[in-house]
Design a protein around this ligand. Structure first.
Ligand code: DAH
Length: 372
């Protein structure tokens, strides 16, 4: 037993002296490892008489526990010291500027839609929405394009293979005009026969068409005004007032040209005057400006009687005008992009160049009429 005691004394001293975790591990193996002296001492128990063993076993177990505890305590002390040393050497300079967090931007189409809503809100318009998955009744029939109407074929429509529960054909809306019908129906439900309304309906529309100036998905903003004694003069004033606020200049003139849409009668196409500034088309100006020309901007007209009826309005009581306008085109004209396809590529370089800050977003410098 004295040998065991002296071995223990020596081991405890070596454990206390261990300067590293590696050195400590060496001591653990030497004592408690398979061939360590504690393990060997335990093995001698097998050759003892029961009386001897009864005395020796608790003593050896006690030595083993003492060594194990000493190793455990030393290990914790060495680890704490290592952490201490690491903390002392790796100081963090809190005065260094942090790297900027990556920031997204507002897409020009979203920005323009916000601007549209803001301008038309000044003119008393609300913003209406409708589903992008439409049925052919709202997209065509109710807009005075029944099954045999040739204008249906001109719309390059994406149809769904399955019919709606009521048997109608489902499709991706080809224009925002069905929102006219849905909005009129909602108003007529509460006001049988109709009521005044002023709305814009911006949103996505879809056509099976793709080249430099067409993408299968694009954006339109529909406008609809219904009231008593509404005429084309209101239409021209409203759209000119909108364009002046949107492009933030007063010398903007619209020219109305006779046209045809099934849902309006009479129908007009509206052209806007533009001039050429350093090779770039700039909306506005007059005949004295270099390259002053007309550019087709939107389709419009007085709402067809049959469309009013389909919406639940009495066409002898109510008149209205409507228009449909390409939002992407509008964004390109205002912010100077020249390729429509880049709008939908999702290239972060394009977005950081043409996008708008998400916070502190610059809004129009002047509301409707402020500059007039
Ligand atoms: N829905 C038409 C289109 O996508 C645009 C349009 C023309 C809308 C005349 C109207 C309108 O509301 O009156 O081609």
């Amino acid at each position: 037993m004295t040998e065991l005691t002296s071995q223990k004394q020596a081991a405890l001293a070596a454990i206390a002296d261990a300067a590293t975790l590696d050195a400590l591990e060496e001591q653990r193996v030497a004592a408690l490892g398979k061939k360590g002296w504690v393990s060997l001492a335990l093995k001698t128990l097998g050759g003892m008489s029961p009386e001897e063993r009864q005395e020796a076993a608790p003593a050896i177990q006690a030595v083993r526990a003492e060594i194990a505890d000493a190793i455990e305590a030393k290990k914790a002390a060495l680890e704490a010291a290592a952490l201490e040393a690491q903390l002392a050497s790796e100081t963090i300079d809190l005065t260094l500027p942090a790297p900027a967090a990556p920031k997204g931007s507002v897409h020009p189409v979203s920005q323009v839609m916000d601007e549209l809503a803001e301008i038309f809100a000044d003119l008393g318009f609300t913003v209406a929405t409708g589903p992008e998955i439409e049925d052919d009744w709202h997209n065509f029939t109710a807009l005075n394009m029944d099954e045999s109407h040739p204008a249906r074929a001109m719309h390059d429509t994406f149809y769904f293979p399955d019919a709606a529960p009521d048997g109608g054909q489902m499709l991706l809306r080809t224009h925002t005009s069905p929102v006219q019908i849905r909005s009129m129906q909602a108003i007529a439900k509460a006001n049988p026969g109709g009521a005044p309304m002023r709305l814009i309906a911006p949103g996505r529309v879809y056509r099976s068409d793709s080249d430099a100036t067409h993408t299968p998905m694009f954006h339109q903003v529909e406008g609809l005004v219904i009231d008593r004694d509404i005429h084309l003069g209101h239409l021209k004033w409203t759209l000119e007032t909108f364009l002046k606020a949107f492009f933030e200049r007063d010398d903007i003139v619209l020219r109305l040209r006779p046209s045809y849409f099934p849902f309006t009668e009479p129908s007009v196409e509206a052209d806007v005057g533009y001039s050429n500034e350093n090779g770039r088309r700039v909306v506005g100006g007059n005949g004295d400006d270099p390259g002053y020309e007309w550019m087709e901007l939107l389709g419009s007209g007085m709402v067809n009687r049959r469309v009013l009826e389909m919406g639940g309005f009495d066409p002898d009581q109510w008149q209205g005008f409507a228009w449909g306008l390409g939002v992407d085109r509008l964004a390109m004209l205002k912010y100077g992009m020249n390729d429509l396809r880049a709008f939908f590529d999702g290239d972060p370089r394009w977005l950081s160049h043409y996008g708008f800050a998400a916070v502190d977003q610059p809004t129009l410098s002047a509301g409707v009429g402020a500059g007039a």
